[in-house]
Design a protein around this ligand. Structure first.
Ligand SMILES: NC(=O)c1ccc[n+]([C@@H]2O[C@H](COP(=O)([O-])OP(=O)(O)OC[C@H]3O[C@@H](n4cnc5c(N)ncnc54)[C@H](OP(=O)(O)O)[C@@H]3O)[C@@H](O)[C@H]2O)c1
Length: 256
């Protein structure tokens, strides 16, 4: 898979990325069926296959349970991997908790640097909640992240948004934006268009509507060819699905 530049500062990333929610969290998620977390051996096998297939980006977050720590242990020492993580949300005792204060953002980045065993985090996104627009307008959370970028602790700064209004603000203010796009939700198209116009990166989350869309191959073929999309972050803990997803992306990009 040919790598693509993610926003003005990079890094170069594969058009298909590995979503890490199911690596570390099985409660309070919206997948259609329950599942067991992969064992260390299974996760190592999945990551090795992803690397062989040309995937170089993993998405994780402090809110994904043990996901960050497991990626830190299994992948972070390998320069092949670009890792995106987030700030602002944690998942404690079965509940999401949000804190977008500058002190919490700085503390979260410090914990992620330790868990991911990296001095410099490739990508850090604000893990925005339902009041995404207000948090971006208030400005302190993003300012804290941008300061960490200026200090050299973060490569690229972005926001994972929910509303179009917040997505458009994030396009203006950040290096990249993470938005939902799938067969049942294409409401974020204006964000994609704006990002493309300004050369900002776009990561797609929930490409299969968290597993509720039956045709994963068609969803990926559509998304990786969509102008403005840098990389599609698809969640899987199945090596068979990972191989299928990769084949769908390679075929779609060859046809283009
Ligand atoms: N920033 C945010 O607020 C936010 C929110 C949601 C998600 N995300 C990121 O986006 C990533 C992707 O979103 P998501 O995990 O919610 O959902 P998704 O990628 O839309 O769907 C994942 C589900 O689809 C299944 N699947 C994957 N490939 C398949 C295939 N070829 N055939 C059939 N089923 C397949 C997976 O099951 P198997 O494991 O069995 O393959 C899994 O249950 C997350 O992991 C996370 O990194 C971010």
């Amino acid at each position: 898979m040919e790598l693509r530049q993610l926003g003005p500062r990079g890094p170069q990333v594969s058009p298909l990325a590995l979503g890490g929610t199911k690596f570390g969290r099985r409660e309070g998620v919206k997948y259609p069926t329950s599942f067991e977390l992969p064992s260390d051996g299974e996760l190592a096998g999945l990551l090795a296959l992803a690397k062989d297939l040309g995937i170089n980006l993993i998405d994780t977050a402090p809110a994904y349970g043990s996901s960050e720590a497991r990626i830190g242990a299994l992948a972070a020492a390998d320069d092949h991997w670009r890792i995106a993580t987030k700030v602002g949300e944690t998942f404690v005792d079965g509940q999401s908790q949000f804190d977008f204060s500058p002190a919490a953002i700085r503390a979260s980045v410090e914990v992620s640097r330790q868990r991911l065993r990296r001095d410099v985090l490739d990508i850090v996104l604000l893990h925005l909640s339902g009041d995404d627009e207000a948090i971006l307008r208030q400005g302190a959370a993003l300012a804290a992240l941008l300061e960490l970028r200026e200090r050299g602790l973060i490569g690229s700064v972005g926001a994972s948004t929910k509303s179009v209004a917040a997505g458009l603000l994030a396009v203006d203010q950040c290096d990249l934006v993470m938005i939902t796009s799938n067969a049942s939700d294409q409401s974020q198209r204006p964000v994609l268009t704006a990002a493309r116009g300004l050369g900002k990166g776009i990561l797609i989350k929930k490409p299969f509507d968290s597993g509720h869309d039956a045709d994963a191959g068609a969803a990926l073929a559509n998304l990786v060819r969509m102008p403005g999309v840098t990389s599609v972050v698809a969640g899987t803990i199945s090596t068979a699905h990972l191989s299928d997803n990769c084949a769908a992306v390679v075929d779609a990009l060859m046809e283009r």
